[in-house]
Write a protein that binds this ligand. Structure first.
Ligand SMILES: *[C@@H]1O[C@H](CO)[C@@H](O)[C@H](O)[C@H]1NC(C)=O
Length: 118
């Protein structure tokens, strides 16, 4: 009986460890979507500076977008969102990496040419 309890606890603890250490990596498109949502106030001109939550996402994006394929995918997703967001400021989108002190390897703009992203 006690052995069973111990075994159960061990299993539960294992599952907890697995779920925290092996959290599935978010697909790049979801990351773009979430990040742009966090940056929305800045990207639509509502606030002067991007929030730290916004910049955390931008930094994660810049490290995750490390292949041409991923960058083009992220570019297309960002473009799609920009096109469907009223008052989206392309200038702010394009400069978002710099504003967050990172180098974003793809543009965030409704008129981006994502086929040219490498
Ligand atoms: C891209 O980054 C991921 C981690 O985000 C890493 O696992 C992968 O090896 C990197 N790929 C390249 C081509 O650098």
């Amino acid at each position: 009986m006690t052995n069973m309890k111990v075994a159960c606890m061990a299993i539960v603890m294992c599952m907890m460890v697995v779920s925290t250490t092996q959290a599935p990596v978010r697909p790049i498109c979801d990351l773009v979507k979430i990040t742009l949502a966090d940056c929305l106030d800045y990207l639509t001109g509502g606030v002067k500076d991007p929030s730290s939550l916004c910049c955390d996402g931008v930094k994660e994006l810049s490290t995750r977008a490390n292949t041409t394929a991923i960058r083009q995918k992220a570019c297309n997703r960002a473009k799609d969102i920009a096109m469907h967001t009223s008052n989206f400021n392309n200038l702010r989108g394009s400069g978002l990496g710099l504003r967050c002190s990172t180098l974003l390897p793809f543009p965030i703009s409704s008129n981006a040419d994502c086929t040219r992203v490498r």
